[in-house]
Design a protein around this ligand. Structure first.
Ligand SMILES: [Zn+2]
Length: 233
């Protein structure tokens, strides 16, 4: 009986959390920058969940070969494990932002104190590695709620969403299909969501950059697209 009660309570809590949260595209709790159509023939490539010691390195080589600068939303735990790689990302002219410390599925369920800690720990890890304190923040899973909104305000972070999701994390989908899907959704000033932890991320980016060049579309970083500061002074 007690078990049933606990399970029902857990379900009710989870349902409440879902009810009380909003997607990154909804300005209900938190206004996020998701696109800038007036920017013209330019898009911003963003890579979440890294850095990954193998895949991010492969990706950096592709970006360097194409002379493209991107924006990386890093998790603090990956930064702490790979500080040298984070420095390389910055030295090569890319921009880094906050994607929480542990990227836990429970992040939207945390109280204010723990939410602030997740965000602050990630910013601190990036600052320790690069001497730069990030302002850009991408919520994991694109979920926002009043607690996240308060924490973001407290830490003066700038929430960044996306307008094109690549679905590159679904490993069964063939690369050509992932690419075709992104191309169908392409628009001026788009923010494209990719993941540098995924196998094949470098190859997908290579194909994407080729396709963008054929169409005469430039790439830029998030701070330049929205004309905002990527780091605190
Ligand atoms: Zn993520």
């Amino acid at each position: 009986m007690l078990t049933i009660l606990i399970i029902s309570l857990a379900i009710a809590t989870a349902a409440g959390a879902v009810w009380a949260s909003a997607s990154i595209h909804s300005p209900f709790y938190l206004r996020s920058l998701c696109r800038r159509s007036e920017a013209g023939a330019v898009v911003a490539l963003t890579f979440d969940d890294g850095p990954d010691p193998v895949r991010t390195l492969e990706l950096l080589e592709v970006l360097a070969r194409h002379d493209v600068k991107a924006t990386f939303f890093l998790t603090g735990k990956q930064v702490a494990a790979n500080p040298e790689l984070v420095r390389r990302i910055v030295v090569e002219g890319h921009v880094v932002g906050n994607h929480t410390y542990s990227h836990s599925g429970r992040f939207p369920l945390l109280n204010l104190r723990n939410t602030v800690r997740e965000l602050d720990d990630a910013s601190r890890a990036i600052e320790e590695a690069t001497a730069l304190r990030p302002r850009l923040f991408r919520p994991p899973f694109g979920v926002t709620n009043p607690t996240i909104a308060r924490a973001v305000k407290e830490l003066r972070l700038l929430p960044i969403g996306w307008s094109i999701r690549s679905f590159d994390t679904v490993s069964r989908t063939p690369r050509a299909k992932v690419l075709a899907r992104m191309m169908r959704r392409l628009h001026a000033g788009a923010v494209i969501l990719l993941h540098d932890r995924c196998p094949g991320s470098a190859a997908l980016t290579e194909a994407l950059l080729g396709e963008l060049r054929r169409r005469g579309i430039r790439t830029t970083t998030i701070d330049k697209l929205f004309n905002v500061k990527a780091y605190e002074d």
